[in-house]
Design a protein around this ligand. Structure first.
Ligand code: GLC
Length: 544
C-alpha cells in the first residue's frame, strides 16, 4: 500500500454553527473556530473538515448553497475565512472544505435564471421534466420529501430535488455546469485549502431514462448510476490531480466492490469514502453485523483503496448514545468506541464534541428541533393521520439534531457556547459534560483520544497494518489484531454493559506482551492475560 500523508491523518469535523459563537448571535462562527484552534490542536489531529459555510439561505444548514464564492453572514466573511485557513496552517494542520455539487439552493442565481423560462440559457442546468398524465414525471422519492419532483406553475414543468424542495439538483450532463463547478473548485484550491469532503457525490448521475422504480421507498436508485465514474474521472483530470490534496466522498448505498470503483488507487477518482453500511443501515449496535461489515470492507479495499472510520457526524446521533452507553458507563464506553475507531483499518474521523463524550439529546417538543429532515418527515406522517406524539417519539432516536447541539465548553449558562440565545438548545447535561471539566481531568475522554492519536503518530501499524478478527461469533467481545513488520497488536473490546470472559488465543501464549493502552486505570502490564474477566465496556490494546 502506497504511503500518503492523508492516510496517516486523523480528521476532526467542525460543525461551525454549533462550535463557538463570538458575536452573540446564537450561531457559532469562523472567528469562534479560530479562537478555539489551540483546543483542536491540543488533541493532536491533522486535518479539520469544515462543514459548508458558503452563502446560503440555510434551509438545510448550509447544504443549500446560493453562492459558491461567498461566505454566509452567520459564519463571518471571506477575510475571516482566510485568516482561519492561515491560522490552521500556522499550527501545522490542514483544512478540507465541505462542498455540495449535487444540488444548489433554489435561491442560487443559476436556478433563479433556470426557472425563469423554458428557453432561458440556464434552463438545462437543472433537471426539468414535463408532467406525466398531469402528475409527477415518475415515482422517485427524495431523502426529505415524498417525491423528488416539485411542480413549477409558471413553466408547467417539474424540477428534480434529491433532498428538500429548496435544493434543486444540478444537471451534470450539461458540460457548462461541469465547467462552472470545476472553475469554482479551482478557486478554493488556489486559496490553499487541502482538499474537499464531497457531499453525496455519487448522486451526480441520474438513472437513465428516469423510469418508475419498483420500490420507491428504497431510495438507492438515486445513487451510483451509469456515468458517475466518468464525471469523477473528469473531475480528477480537470481539478484534483493538479494539487496535493485529500478528497473524501460521501457515498451512500455502496458495497466494497462499488466503493473500490470510487477510491481504487488505479482509478483516479477520489482518495477515500464514507460508506454508510453502519451509520445509515445499523440503527442500534449489532456486534455480529458490525464485525461482518469491517471484515468485508477490509478484504474489499485492502492494498487497493482507503476506507474511513466513523460512527457519527452532523447527520447521525452521537455514537456514545446510539452505539454505546451514555449512562452509567459513558466514559468507559466513549473510550472503547474511540479505541475501536482508531484501530480499525481506515482514516479515523472525530466529530466535534465526541472527544469529551457528548451525548444525544431529547427535547420536549417538535418546536425545539431544527432539522429539516425531521421536520419534513414529521409533517408527512402527521398529514397521513398518524398521532403527532407517536410520530414525534419515533423520530427522536435518529434525528440529526442529536449531534447538532452546541459544544459544551463549560458549566456557565448556555454551556459557554454563546452569550446570546443559541440557534438550538444546549444539551442540559452540560454541567457535568464539558470541555473545561475534560481538560482538568487527566482521566477524561479527551486525554484518552489524545493518547490514541499520539499512538497513531508513532505506530504505522495502526495505519498500514493487516487486520484480522479473532472473535467472529462473539456477541459482546470484539477481539482483533493489527500486524505490521513483525509487530502484532491485539485489540480487546468488551462492548457490553456486563462482564465478559476473555481467553487469550493460543497463538499468543508464549509471547511477551506490552500494554499499549486501556480504558480502566488499574490494568497492569504484568497481569496475566490467559483468562481475564473484562469489566463493562473495557478496552485494552497489547503489543506482542
Ligand atoms: C449530506 C449532508 C447532509 C445534507 C445532505 C444534502 O448527506 O451531510 O447534512 O443534508 O447531504 O446536502
Amino acid at each position: 500500500m502506497n504511503k500518503k500523508w492523508w492516510k496517516e491523518s486523523v480528521v476532526y469535523q467542525v460543525y461551525w454553527r454549533s462550535f463557538y459563537d463570538t458575536d452573540g448571535d446564537g450561531y457559532g462562527d469562523l472567528e469562534g473556530v479560530i479562537e478555539k484552534l489551540d483546543y483542536i490542536k491540543e488533541l493532536g489531529v491533522d486535518i479539520i473538515w469544515l462543514n459548508p459555510c458558503y452563502e446560503s439561505p440555510d434551509f438545510d444548514n448550509g447544504y443549500d448553497i446560493s453562492d459558491y464564492y461567498g461566505i454566509m453572514d452567520k459564519a463571518g466573511d471571506m477575510a475571516t475565512w482566510e485568516r482561519l485557513l492561515n491560522e490552521v496552517h500556522k499550527r501545522g494542520m490542514k483544512l478540507i472544505m465541505d462542498l455540495v455539487v449535487n444540488h444548489t439552493s433554489n435561491q442560487h442565481p443559476w436556478f433563479v435564471e433556470s426557472s425563469s423560462s423554458k428557453d432561458n440559457p440556464k434552463r438545462d442546468w437543472y433537471i426539468w421534466k414535463d408532467p406525466k398524465n398531469g402528475k409527477e414525471p415518475n415515482n422517485w422519492r427524495s431523502y426529505f420529501t415524498p417525491s423528488v419532483w416539485e411542480y413549477d406553475q409558471k413553466t408547467d414543468q417539474y424540477y428534480m430535488h434529491s433532498f428538500a424542495v429548496e435544493q434543486p439538483d444540478l444537471n451534470w450532463e450539461n458540460v457548462e455546469v461541469r465547467k462552472a463547478i470545476y472553475d469554482m473548485m479551482h478557486f478554493w484550491l488556489k486559496k490553499g485549502i487541502d482538499g474537499f469532503r464531497l457531499d453525496v457525490i455519487n448522486l451526480l448521475a441520474k438513472l437513465k431514462g428516469f423510469p418508475d422504480v419498483e420500490n420507491p421507498m428504497n431510495i438507492n436508485y438515486l445513487g451510483n448510476n451509469e456515468g458517475i465514474h466518468d464525471y469523477l474521472q473528469e473531475m480528477h483530470q480537470e481539478v484534483f490531480r493538479h494539487y496535493d490534496i485529500m478528497t473524501v466522498g460521501e457515498i451512500p448505498f455502496v458495497t466494497p466492490e462499488d466503493g473500490l470503483l470510487y477510491v481504487g488507487e488505479d482509478r483516479d477518482e477520489l482518495h477515500t469514502l464514507f460508506h454508510f453500511e453502519v451509520a445509515d443501515d445499523m440503527p442500534r449496535w449489532d456486534m455480529k453485523r458490525f464485525k461482518e461489515i469491517q471484515t468485508r470492507w477490509y478484504e474489499g479495499l485492502n492494498g487497493k483503496g482507503t476506507n474511513s472510520q466513523f460512527l457519527n457526524n452532523h447527520d447521525h446521533t452521537r455514537q456514545v448514545t446510539r452505539y454505546g452507553n451514555d449512562n452509567e458507563y459513558r466514559v468507559e464506553s466513549a473510550k472503547l468506541l474511540a479505541t475501536m475507531i482508531h484501530t480499525l483499518p481506515g482514516i479515523p474521523y472525530i466529530y466535534q464534541g465526541e472527544e469529551i463524550g457528548m451525548t444525544g439529546v431529547r427535547f420536549d417538543s417538535i418546536e425545539d428541533y431544527k432539522d429539516i429532515a425531521m421536520k419534513n418527515k414529521y409533517k408527512e406522517e402527521v398529514e397521513k393521520g398518524r398521532d403527532p406524539q407517536e410520530v414525534f417519539e419515533s423520530l427522536l432516536m435518529l434525528t440529526r439534531d442529536n449531534s447538532r447541539t452546541p459544544i459544551q465548553w463549560d458549566d456557565s449558562p448556555q454551556a459557554g457556547f454563546t452569550t446570546g440565545t443559541p440557534w438550538i438548545n444546549v444539551n442540559p447535561n452540560y454541567k457535568e459534560i464539558n470541555v473545561k471539566q475534560a481538560l482538568s481531568d487527566p482521566k477524561s475522554v479527551f486525554y484518552y483520544y489524545k493518547k490514541l492519536i499520539e499512538l497513531r503518530k508513532n505506530n504505522e501499524l495502526m495505519i498500514y497494518g493487516n487486520y484480522k478478527d479473532l472473535s467472529f461469533d462473539e456477541e459482546s467481545l470484539y477481539v482483533y489484531t493489527r500486524s505490521h513488520e513483525g509487530k502484532i497488536w491485539l485489540v480487546i473490546l468488551n462492548h457490553a454493559n456486563h462482564k465478559s470472559e476473555f481467553i487469550l488465543p493460543e497463538q499468543f501464549n508464549d509471547h511477551e506482551k506490552a500494554l499499549i493502552i486501556s480504558n480502566y486505570e488499574d490494568v497492569r502490564e504484568q497481569d496475566s492475560l490467559k483468562k481475564v474477566i473484562l469489566r463493562p465496556h473495557e478496552a485494552r490494546i497489547y503489543q506482542f
